[in-house]
Design a protein around this ligand. Structure first.
Ligand SMILES: *[C@@H]1O[C@H](CO)[C@@H](O)[C@H](O)[C@H]1NC(C)=O
Length: 370
C-alpha cells in the first residue's frame, strides 16, 4: 500500500510534467504509420437541439440513418431533416436538455442500433434500460432484457443480429458502472463486462464471455462463424467462435492504437472500428493500473480534465478498417479534429462512411476514394 502511495506520489507529478510539455507519445498520442489524414474532408449533418449520435442504422428499405441521442430519443434522417422516430423511456419529463447525464437513467440513453432485416423491427441497446425493440413505425420501445443472472443490466452497449438463427449478440459494459461513469470505469480498470446471446423466440439469454474490460461494440462475421466484441479499455477486439473446431472458444482478433467503440461490418465482410481517441503512454498506464487511475480520480478534477488526460489533449478522429482476419487494411484520420472528433461508429454504405460520435452535435459523411 505504502509503495503504491509513493509510486503515485512520483507518478502524478510526472503526469503533470507530461501534460505541461505535451510530449508526443507520453501525453499526446504518437502519429500513426500509413494513416491518411482525409477525414477533414467529411461533410457534417447537424442535429437540432440534440447531441451524441452514438450509433447509426439504416432500415431494411434503405431509409435513414437513424441515430440515438443523449436525451433518450432515436431520430431519423429523412434526407432533409431529423424527425423523431422513437424513445426508449415513456417518461419524458425533464428530458429536453440535449445533454444531461444525471437524467439518463430516467430518459434512457440509446446506444447500439440494429434493424432486423426480415421484420424491420429496430433493436436498441439502451445503456440504462437494457435490450429493447420498437416496430418499423417507431414510438415507445418495449423492453426485452433488463436483467441477466439476477443482475440489472447497468450499461447495455451494442449488439448485432443473426436473422437466420434469430438471435441477438449484445454487450453489457459493466455490472459496476453506469454509462455516465465511463471514465471512472476505465480508470478503475473495471472488468465486469459481458457478451451475451438473446434468443428472439425463446427470450432466453446466454452469457458467452464475462470478465471483459469495458465490453463495447459487437459485430457478427459475414459467414456467421464468429462474433466480435470490442474491449475498449484493453484496446483489443475479441473473437468468439460460434462455429467450427473452436466453437465456444475466444481469441484476440485485433489490437488498435486507441480506445475502440463500435465495430461495423461492410458488405465485403471487413470491419470498420471507430476509435474514441488514440492513446498515448499516460492513457495506456491509466487504463491498465487501477491504483494509478484511482489516485487520479481522488484529485479535484472535472469530467473535462479527466477526458482531456485520457484522449491526450487535442480532439481528433480515427477510423480503422480490419480484414475478416483482423489485419489492418486502412487507417483514416482527422488528425487535428477539424471536422470530426471522438468517433463512436463508422458504417459503410454505398461508397460512403456514415460516422457517429458520442460527444458532438452532428454526424459525418465521408465519401471513400476509389
Ligand atoms: C431459440 O429457441 C428456440 C425455442 O426454444 C429453439 O428451438 C432454437 O434452437 C433456439 N435458437 C438458438 C440459436 O439457440
Amino acid at each position: 500500500m505504502k509503495s503504491k502511495l509513493i509510486l503515485a506520489a512520483i507518478a502524478l507529478p510526472l503526469i503533470a510534467v507530461a501534460i505541461a510539455f505535451a510530449t508526443t507519445g507520453v501525453f499526446t498520442p504518437p502519429p500513426l504509420q500509413g494513416s491518411h489524414n482525409v477525414l477533414p474532408d467529411a461533410e457534417r449533418i447537424h442535429l437540432t437541439r440534440a447531441v451524441g449520435p452514438e450509433s447509426l442504422a439504416f432500415d431494411p428499405s434503405g431509409g435513414g440513418p437513424y441515430t440515438g441521442v443523449a436525451d433518450g430519443r432515436i431520430l431519423k434522417w429523412d434526407g432533409g431533416d431529423w424527425v423523431e422516430f422513437a424513445v426508449t423511456s415513456s417518461q419524458r419529463e425533464g428530458c429536453s436538455a440535449p445533454f444531461n447525464p444525471a437524467m439518463e437513467h430516467i430518459c434512457g440513453r440509446p446506444l447500439g442500433l440494429r434493424f432486423h432485416p426480415k421484420t424491420g423491427n429496430l433493436y436498441i441497446a439502451d445503456a440504462y434500460i437494457g435490450l429493447q425493440v420498437v416496430g418499423p413505425k417507431g414510438g415507445i420501445a418495449s423492453p426485452l432484457v433488463t436483467e441477466v443472472e439476477g443482475q440489472h443490466l447497468r450499461f447495455t452497449n451494442d449488439m448485432d443480429i443473426d436473422e437466420e438463427k434469430d438471435v441477438i449478440y449484445f454487450s453489457d459494459t459493466s455490472t459496476e458502472f453506469y454509462r455516465r461513469e465511463f471514465i471512472p470505469s476505465i480508470l478503475n480498470v473495471d472488468k465486469t463486462g459481458k457478451l451475451m446471446k438473446y434468443n428472439i423466440s425463446s427470450k432466453e439469454v446466454t452469457v458467452l464471455l464475462r470478465g471483459l474490460a469495458f465490453a463495447n461494440g459487437v459485430a457478427l462475421s459475414k459467414d456467421r462463424s464468429f462474433v466480435l466484441v470490442v474491449e475498449t479499455a484493453t484496446r483489443r477486439i475479441l473473437r468468439f467462435w460460434l462455429e467450427g473446431p473452436n466453437a465456444g472458444k475466444h481469441d484476440i482478433f485485433g489490437e488498435v492504437p486507441g480506445f475502440p467503440d463500435n465495430i461495423r461490418r461492410n458488405s465485403e465482410g471487413e470491419f470498420w472500428v471507430a476509435l474514441h481517441s488514440k492513446t498515448a503512454l499516460v492513457a495506456k498506464c491509466l487504463s491498465s493500473y487501477s491504483w494509478l487511475g484511482r489516485t487520479l480520480l481522488k484529485l479535484p478534477l472535472t469530467f473535462k480534465h479527466l477526458h482531456y488526460v485520457l484522449v491526450g489533449g487535442k480532439p481528433h478522429a480515427i477510423a480503422i478498417k480490419l480484414s475478416n482476419e483482423g489485419k489492418v487494411l486502412q487507417v483514416l484520420e482527422d488528425v487535428e479534429g477539424k471536422t470530426l472528433r471522438f468517433l463512436s461508429e463508422v458504417e459503410e454504405r454505398d461508397g460512403k462512411l456514415w460516422i457517429g460520435s458520442v460527444l458532438v452535435p452532428y454526424i459525418g459523411i465521408y465519401t471513400l476514394r476509389k
